[in-house]
Design a protein around this ligand. Structure first.
Ligand code: ATP
Ligand code: MG
Length: 282
């Protein structure tokens, strides 16, 4: 990717994000969180994965969702992104109650999710993966050139320079490269909320830095970002707000500046039981 193409890609990307930010800023319900979850419950057979979970995801802020293994982070994410249907509770989008029945419903609202178990198709190449289900057409034929151009520009904005060709099958990519493609796919569309389940878990130092920088850029342009992470260095670097799930319950939601590492670890490992005057989740 030459420098000019890379700069062009960044301009196109920023224009897209600017448009999204404008929509968010003009919204009559700008003071409402972009997405609000109230009383969400989900069980699988005898396993209760979520108990009456409340969560706010404001525009222009990064919310880190933390919790130990099995706390319910991925299940909550999948309820928001239309993979699972909650048993009880309500989701509000820009103040209005919504039913997100499918991932298509979520995408239609402007919710893009990068899953922990990456939803990329091994047998397809990078461009095909990035446009899967939303292929561009020209005179009723696939517009391969335009899709290739947009995919390349988006990857350039992420400075994903290690892939040999955007026409190589995803099966031949490293874990970090796959994650980069999945993140690029999520940000390429006009999203208002980007959810990332452990976006940096498989990444090396440089790619982690790039993804964290990207998250900050999305936030600065007015998008809501929810980042699931076990890595408290990442959390405290980018999060404006921190929410902690413990055994399916939301035990704390607060400004990152009101919390420190030790208290977050305590909420993650004990649910805050050992704290005197523990915060109530708001
Ligand atoms: N499809 C499923 N069927 C049955 N149980 C499930 C299913 N998905 C999740 N669970 C259960 O729900 C609980 C929460 O799981 P979840 O995947 O949300 O955890 P998590 O917080 O994402 O953990 P991790 O940090 O390991 O990814 C766990 O007890 C898990 O076993
Ligand atoms: Mg998970």
């Amino acid at each position: 990717m030459d420098a000019a193409a890379s700069r062009g890609g960044i301009r196109l990307f920023q224009r897209t994000i600017d448009q999204v930010a404008q929509v968010t800023a003009d919204s009559p319900t700008a003071t409402e969180p972009l997405l609000k979850v109230r009383g969400l419950e989900k069980h699988f057979g005898a396993v209760q994965a979520l108990y009456a979970v409340d969560l706010d995801l404001p525009a222009g802020q990064v919310t880190a969702l933390c919790g130990d293994n099995g706390a319910g982070k991925s299940v909550l994410t999948k309820c928001i992104s239309g993979v699972y249907q909650p048993d009880h509770g309500q989701i509000f989008w820009e103040g209005q109650p919504v039913h997100i029945r499918t991932t298509r419903d979520a995408a239609h609202l402007g919710i893009e999710t990068v899953y922990q178990d990456l939803a990329l198709c091994d047998n397809l190449d990078i461009v095909q993966n990035m446009f899967l289900g939303r292929e561009l057409l020209r005179r009723r034929l696939l517009d391969e050139d335009e899709m290739e151009r947009q995919a390349a520009k988006t990857l350039a904005t992420l400075r994903v320079t290690t892939v040999r060709s955007i026409r190589q099958p995803v099966a031949s990519l490293s874990g970090g490269q796959r994650q980069s493609v999945a993140v690029a796919k999520a940000v390429m569309w006009n999203s208002k909320l980007v959810i990332m389940d452990e976006p940096t878990a498989a990444l090396g130092v440089n790619q982690t830095r790039q993804v964290l920088d990207l998250i900050k850029r999305l936030r600065d342009r007015g998008l809501a970002v929810m980042m699931i992470s076990h890595n408290l260095n990442d959390v405290f670097e980018v999060a404006d707000r921190i929410a902690v799930l413990y055994l399916g319950r939301m035990v704390i939601q607060d400004k990152a500046s009101a919390l420190d590492r030790q208290s977050v670890v305590e909420y993650m490992t004990t649910g805050g039981m050992s704290r005197t005057g523990a915060h109530a989740a708001n």
